[in-house]
Design a protein around this ligand. Sequence first.
Ligand code: ATP
Ligand code: MG
Length: 450
Amino acid sequence: MIRKFIRRLLGNGSNAGEANVPLVFGPQAHGIDPDDVSSNAVRVTETLQRAGYKAFIVGGAVRDMVLGFKPKDFDVATNATPEQIKRLFRRAFIIGRRFQIVHVMFGQDLIEVTTFRGSSSDGAPKDEHGRVLRDNTFGEQHEDAERRDFTINAMYYDPEQQLVLDYHGGMKDIRSRSLRMIGDPEARYREDPVRLLRVVRFAAKLDFKIAPTTRAPISVMAPLINNVPAARVFDEMLKLLMSGHAMACLQQLRQEGLHHGLLPLLDVVLEQPMGEKFVTLALANTDERVRQGKPVSPGFLFASLLWHQVLEKWEAYRAAGEYPIPALHLAADDVLDSQTEKLALQRRIATDMRDIWALQPRFERRTGKTPYKLLEHTRLRAGYDFLLLRCASGEVGAELGDWWTEFMEADSADRESLLNRKPPEEDGAAPKRRRRRGGRGRSNSSGDTQ
Ligand code: ATP
Ligand code: MG
């Protein structure tokens, strides 16, 4: 019966842009491994279906499972309204930003549930460049599919029947590894310029080719990113940098002409020869951690990306006569201020960045009580990892990193002998000597910023 249904639809072959009827793929055709499906996502679709609503896993999770990856998160789409969804679950919260969504929580696990969107954003409020500001009109499933960004992100999976509903030829595009915008790409970028960053992220992460018509308007549309609220750009940048393919994403951004002048951070990162080695190492390190499923701290990531800018300014303040530690803090302020205009760094992340930077000169003081004090510092681990990156990039001598590795692992007797070990004459740590001069540097260096 189902097979007949599928054959009928496949025979129909309709995958045009306005498809109201989806292609339907059974388990053989889509190949999704039921073990990859989150049990909480299934609880959500089941609960909604039992209450008489339509409910599907949708978006990136379906795409990833068809590709054979385990998705990192699960989204559900339904014809129930946010209020109706909320009533069905014990811990459900309506989150209203541009689009209302419902967060359904199971312990730490979060399933995002959205109501099918209506097809047209014509009546929605927009800014003067055509960016949709708010839109909460609900609609049919095929309309919801049309509002999604790429064909491969507009497939719906019903875990109960194990069927994939494909409205825009996403399955075909997955097979040919093609990233294709639904509808008119130029209009879709205009509605939401964040899609310019999304296209790059997916192309790099999935190793897909951007379809020529989807690619053509990118460089022309690039300046539209400037109208997007900084917090949204930040969220998208963070996703890009934590995708496990950060280096590939940044290279692709450069290739598409998207980094220039729009994101001050990327201008710095991609066009700073001195820091390139450091940044490359930092991103390779981040990519590796993400792929191993280890946590990555945004503060560490952004501290790395901006370190060479800090170094440059630190040097300039010292040359102008500031003491090293206050000079470092002034440099940190300058760099953070210059970024926040377009890239809204949350306060918590900015504080982490300052802590990591402020720890760096303190690692160079290997006498007296200072190293012991550092062992108790809450950000020691991040600061130490950062120090190791500086060593690996050649900015400071490897000996300093090795010393700290030994010191952290040693017992108390060994620590004492390490403290008495004379550091080599030259370990490449430029600011060291001057800081010893007078009491001011000392007292300042003992307190962290903020
Ligand atoms: P990821 O693997 O990064 O989570 P994703 O495709 O799931 O990728 P999300 O940001 O989680 O991306 O969004 C979920 C789905 O919502 C997308 O697959 C897409 O269908 C839709 N979507 C998200 N952002 C947009 C957007 N800016 N424009 C149109 N559709 C979007
Ligand atoms: Mg997702």
